[in-house]
Design a protein around this ligand. Structure first.
Ligand code: BV8
Length: 223
């Protein structure tokens, strides 16, 4: 049985990381368009660097929760028949033990060079260093997919959705595309679709909805 799981900020909420939408339109105190766009980075590099520094720092204070661990168990059972796609840029899936995680919106723990595109693991001083370790140019940026940029892994995701049997969306409001459209691809493949969320999203186009906190409904669904 082939399964695709899509996670969003809601799976990390009970670990203590703020979600995008539950912050009354402000995201960690900023309007998303002020910090999560290439234009914002070009206009106010320091503000955007600080925004991601703050989120990296908060990662050190949190840990995976029961929902992340339940998906590790699902991976143990399904192996390569599970594709875990996350919109999240945190590393909680990996720290829980998930081995195959597709970060379609990038990762807080990585930076990349705007000139030579080389990717680098984050080290505290790196982003404020002037030079890319690969090409030496002062052009490092967070390895994050901002609004208006092309998400990672789209071919692999579409391939998986074309032959999926079960598609589950966990802790996502379904407002950010193209992730929000994956359920439509799953339906086109004849898959069973499941939504696990604190509150059912208004779209209501999933076959089944498990309403409740992820730390309760995800282990129950995986069991
Ligand atoms: C692209 C990185 C071209 C940044 C992020 C008009 C219509 C349609 C689309 C567009 C449009 N105008 C512009 C677009 C495109 C745009 C888009 O979708 N905009 C939206 C706002 C309308 N998309 C893009 O620009 C994307 N690129 O389109 O490129 C293209 C075209 C075709 C094919 C491919 C590419 C790039 C989008 C990526 C942006 N970057 N993140 C960063 O993180 O710093 S997105 C950002 O939003 C985060 O990744 C975050 O994950 C995501 C928000 O979504 P959620 O994860 O769902 O989080 P949210 O807070 O919204 O919801 C939380 C949910 O959890 C809620 O439902 C809540 O009920 C639930 N919850 C809370 N607590 C719990 C819980 N559930 C369970 N348990 C709990 N305890």
């Amino acid at each position: 049985m082939k399964v695709v799981v899509l996670t969003g900020a809601g799976i990390s909420a009970e670990s203590g990381l703020a979600t995008f939408r539950d912050a009354d339109g402000l995201w960690e105190g900023h309007r998303p368009e002020d910090v999560a766009t290439p234009e914002a980075f070009a206009y106010n590099r320091a503000l955007v660097q600080r925004f991601y520094d703050e989120r990296r720092a908060s990662l050190r204070r949190v840990k995976p929760n029961a929902a992340h661990h339940a998906l590790v168990e699902l991976e143990r059972r399904l192996g390569d028949d599970l594709l875990l796609v996350t919109q999240n840029v945190d590393d909680l899936h990996e720290r829980a033990g998930s081995r195959r995680v597709l970060h379609m919106h990038g990762q807080l723990q990585r930076v990349r060079c705007e000139v030579c595109a080389a990717g680098h693991e984050w080290q505290d001083d790196l982003l404020h260093e002037p030079a890319c370790p690969e090409c030496g140019r002062p052009a490092l940026r967070p390895d994050i997919v901002w609004f208006g940029e092309y998400p990672h892994g789209m071919d692999e995701i579409h391939e998986a959705l074309s032959e999926v049997d079960v598609f589950a969306a966990i802790g996502t409001s379904g407002v950010v595309y193209p992730a929000a459209g994956f359920v439509d691809y799953a339906h086109a493949s004849g898959a069973t679709t499941v939504e696990l969320n604190l509150v059912p999203t208004p779209r209501g186009d999933f076959h089944t909805t498990y309403a409740g906190p992820a730390t309760e409904v995800v282990p129950r669904w995986v069991r």
